[in-house]
Design a protein around this ligand. Structure first.
Ligand code: FES
Length: 99
């Protein structure tokens, strides 16, 4: 089932917004004009990533400063799982997720 998250026209560079879909916290970002959907939960110790700092293609969690490469999702400095990414689905003028 398609669940719409946002209208395409609203996806500008720098866009960042959290959603909860089917009990899962998600974070939709636009980086380099491309939308990216992540679990809004740091793989280190679970902090939300809504206020994480973006430095190029690196996302730094605000809780303990662990940095993640957004290309691979992998952490740069500590041993912890990678960021969890979800496939985005387009439907007309909207973007969303299949659940
Ligand atoms: S919870 Fe994100 S760096 Fe520790």
């Amino acid at each position: 089932m398609f669940v719409a998250l946002e209208r395409l026209i609203n996806l500008q560079e720098g866009y960042r917004r959290g959603f909860t879909v089917a009990g899962r916290d998600l974070l939709l970002l636009v980086i380099d004009d491309r939308p990216l959907l992540l679990e809004n939960r740091c793989p280190h110790q679970g902090a939300p990533l809504t206020n994480a700092t973006l430095i190029g293609s690196i996302l730094r969690c605000s809780r303990h400063g662990v940095e993640f490469d957004l290309g691979s999702g992998r952490p740069l400095s500590v041993q912890c799982p990678a960021l969890r990414r979800f496939n985005l689905v387009y439907d007309g003028d909207r973007i969303g997720i299949d659940v």
